[in-house]
Design a protein around this ligand. Structure first.
Ligand code: NOJ
Ligand code: CA
Length: 703
């Protein structure tokens, strides 16, 4: 069993049995939380950081459908407190050990008039807090429907926020940086023009939400352990600067169907006066349950290439033919259709990628468009289109898996569900069986388009249960999952570490559609990455998309050196080298960094960070002594003196520095880079400059 608790958890029992405990401080005392009831018996809490208020008195409670709400009329009937301290070992991660150290306050509440029980559990860490609602087994609350959750987060002022619009079906937005008071005015421009307006609130934003106060406190609001519940957005009362939870509805407009005993996900606040601490926080993983699997030896980080950018960037097709405007699987004989000849998932081309992967040490080759159904994946019959087991006639699944194996490489499976979730569940066992048969151990899945059954949303309870079902069923086959368009992660990979990736934000694919803001990768680690790794698919070396596809409107808003840095700054155990082999062949010296960089780490340090501006991270590879550094900067660039004092003072190293050339610029000169090597040690200081939209990557190998 890989997972182990290295330090036995230390539990201390009630501090005081007589009076109710309604305050709890973090282990170091820098964060404190007060719990109380308002005059009408509504629960409320507030949070201080280093004696300064960060969350003012904020109400808690849930509104129920068809039955009195759990909003007021409560009395405290008991409290429990404990201290907890463990160090656990993740199967993969930014570091090999994670300390989970908190103080807890569990408030037992009874609603007088209805004689119903609700507990609120608070955990207070040195880097933030979490709380959740718990509903014990009881006679008067068994089955219930959440109409709305009313958890408040009362801010102390008009903070700066990095936000994307609240939306039940997509997270693939560029971030807006603004004051909270400006959110309303900027909302229209922040939502995509083709999105359904009914889903939006004029001040509604998604989590994970990053904030900064005028006196330099960073606050992140998100959730942890989102299981059997719908995803939370936040609605801002911009008069009072109070956020309130805003849950994703189901097809009937309800927010959750629950049965006691049960609990909500954790509502989380990460808090620090140092932006680097926001990035190194493990609060969200710590609030998730320990690993659910006894054997995790089959879960392995993956570096991969794939038949992908040819379609995304190059405009080629996932489909095999244009012949089929609307298909029924059992009525279609693809061998009688006319291929359009632009189908990269063909045996010969896939072989080329396998050869490239084998030559350069990649683990896997993703192949999208290998299976029938793509002709109609947005069509009316999409609930029946994909069966996830039938290859197109030009993809020799047997031969290619055998060929890959002979070269020490595996193919990576692809399941685009097109949001037809019922269809996916219908075929899931056969699909995983097929993977077993051919030796696939990782699947990239996807949920593009409107959800079927109609009316359900990507972030509703029903879909959230589906995503987890796909992961736990996959585990029975020793299959790892990387789900695109699924709900944003909330640390569930601690419990289910075969969830090795998610997209769940705007990834590199948008560089080819319209471009991402140059600051995008300086925000994502503060927001999207809080809950788990992202399959960001970095490594694009050809930024001029017109050269890739004359019809493209996109431009990759990054320098080449920064594309290398993203393998360090965007932590993930699953990393793609997303460009095509013929482009890498033009830049083999820079490509060396992608070949070298590990995807699993012993230790990570954030050396400098400011959301929307820059991030500098250093990581030591697992089981080795080599370090890797990455810097990503916004359109202003970033200049700094980097101290290598994280190196072992007794060892000597050689650094290879992949930097922007003096005249590099993400728009006008993105491919200008320099590579220099030099001997370094723990005393070395390097003067480094990231160009506008640029960055640098350094490999530091022990001599
Ligand atoms: C959207 C995903 O993000 C992308 O990676 C994939 O290629 C397409 N859907 C098709 O499945
Ligand atoms: Ca996507």
């Amino acid at each position: 069993m890989k997972y182990s608790i290295l330090i036995a958890p230390l539990l201390l029992f009630p501090l005081s049995a007589a009076a109710y405990v309604t305050s709890v401080a973090s282990p170091s005392g820098n964060i404190s939380l007060d719990f109380d009831l308002q005059a009408d018996g509504r629960p409320e809490y507030k949070v201080d950081y280093k004696t300064r208020p960060v969350v003012l008195a904020s109400g808690l409670g849930l509104e129920l459908a068809d039955t009195p709400s759990l909003m007021s009329g409560f009395e405290i009937i008991g409290t429990d407190t404990l201290s907890f301290d463990e160090t656990w070992e993740p199967v993969w991660g930014e570091s090999s050990h994670i300390r989970n150290h908190y103080r807890e306050l569990l408030a037992h509440l009874r609603q007088r008039d209805t004689d119903r029980l609700m507990d609120i559990r608070f955990r207070v860490y040195d880097d933030g807090i979490g709380f959740r609602y718990e509903f014990p087994t009881q006679p008067n609350l068994v089955y219930f429907i959440v109409k709305d959750e009313h958890s408040e987060f009362a801010m102390t002022g008009d903070h700066v926020a990095w936000w994307i619009a609240g939306d039940y079906d997509t997270q693939e937005y560029d971030y807006t940086e603004s004051r909270l008071s400006e959110v309303r005015g900027l909302m229209k421009g922040a939502i995509s023009s083709n999105a359904s307006q009914t889903q939006f609130s004029p001040t509604g934003v998604q989590t994970s939400l990053q904030l900064r106060t005028d006196d330099g406190i960073y606050i992140n609001i998100h959730e942890a352990a989102l299981v059997d519940y719908s995803t939370m957005h936040l609605n801002l009362d911009d008069d009072k600067m109070v956020f309130e939870s805003w849950l994703t509805p189901d097809a009937q407009g309800n927010k959750g169907h629950l049965q006691a005993p049960c609990k909500s996900p954790w509502r989380t606040l990460i808090i620090s006066d140092d932006a680097c601490d926001m990035l190194s926080s493990n609060l969200i993983y710590n609030l998730n349950d320990p690993c659910a699997y006894d054997d995790t030896s089959w879960i392995k980080p993956v570096k991969y290439v794939g038949v992908w950018w040819e379609m995304i960037g190059g405009g080629k097709q996932w489909s095999y033919t244009f012949d089929l405007p609307s298909v029924k699987l059992d009525e279609t004989d693809y061998t009688k259709t006319k291929p359009h000849g632009q189908h990269p998932a063909n045996t010969e081309n896939v072989k080329r990628y396998i050869d490239f992967a084998a030559e350069h040490g990649f683990d896997q080759v993703l192949v999208e468009g290998w299976n029938i159904g793509w002709e109609d994946w947005f069509g009316h019959s999409k609930d029946y289109v994909f069966d996830f087991v039938t290859p197109y006639p030009d993809f020799d699944i047997d031969y290619l898996n055998e060929y890959a194996r002979s070269k020490g490489v595996r193919l990576m499976m692809h399941h685009e569900t097109s949001g037809a979730v019922r269809n996916y569940e219908r075929h899931m066992q056969a699909a995983y069986d097929l993977m077993d048969k051919y030796g696939y151990n990782a699947v990239k899945s996807g949920y593009v388009g409107d959800v079927m059954p109609r009316g359900e949303h990507h972030y509703g309870q029903w879909l959230n249960n589906h995503y987890l079902y796909a992961v736990t069923e996959a585990a029975k086959h020793k299959i790892m999952v990387n789900a695109h368009e699924a709900t944003r992660p909330t640390g569930l990979a601690r419990t289910y570490p075969n969830l090795i990736g998610n997209e769940s934000a705007r990834g590199t694919e948008y560089e080819s559609f319209a471009g991402n803001k140059p600051s995008h990768t300086t925000v994502l680690p503060f927001t999207r990455l809080q809950g788990g790794p992202m399959d960001y698919t970095p490594g694009i070396f050809e930024m001029d998309m017109k050269k890739v596809n004359p019809n493209s409107q996109g431009h990759v808003n990054s320098t080449l050196a920064r594309q290398l840095a993203l393998y360090v700054t965007m932590y993930s155990p699953l990393q793609m080298a997303a460009d095509v082999p013929e482009v890498y062949e033009r830049f083999m010296d820079a490509f060396q960094f992608i070949k070298d960089v590990p995807v699993d780490w012993e230790e990570s340090k954030y050396l400098a960070a400011e959301p929307g501006r820059y991030i500098v991270a250093a990581r030591k590879g697992k089981g080795g002594n080599d370090w890797y550094v990455g810097c990503t900067a916004n359109e202003d660039g970033y200049e700094s003196i980097l101290s290598l004092d994280f190196l072992d003072p007794d060892k000597k190293y050689e650094a290879t520095i992949y930097a922007d050339a003096k005249d590099a610029n993400y728009l006008t000169n993105p491919q200008a880079y320099t590579i220099t090597t030099k001997k370094v040690n723990a005393k070395t200081k390097l003067k480094l400059k990231a160009a506008p939209g640029g960055g640098y990557a350094i490999s530091i190998k022990q001599l």
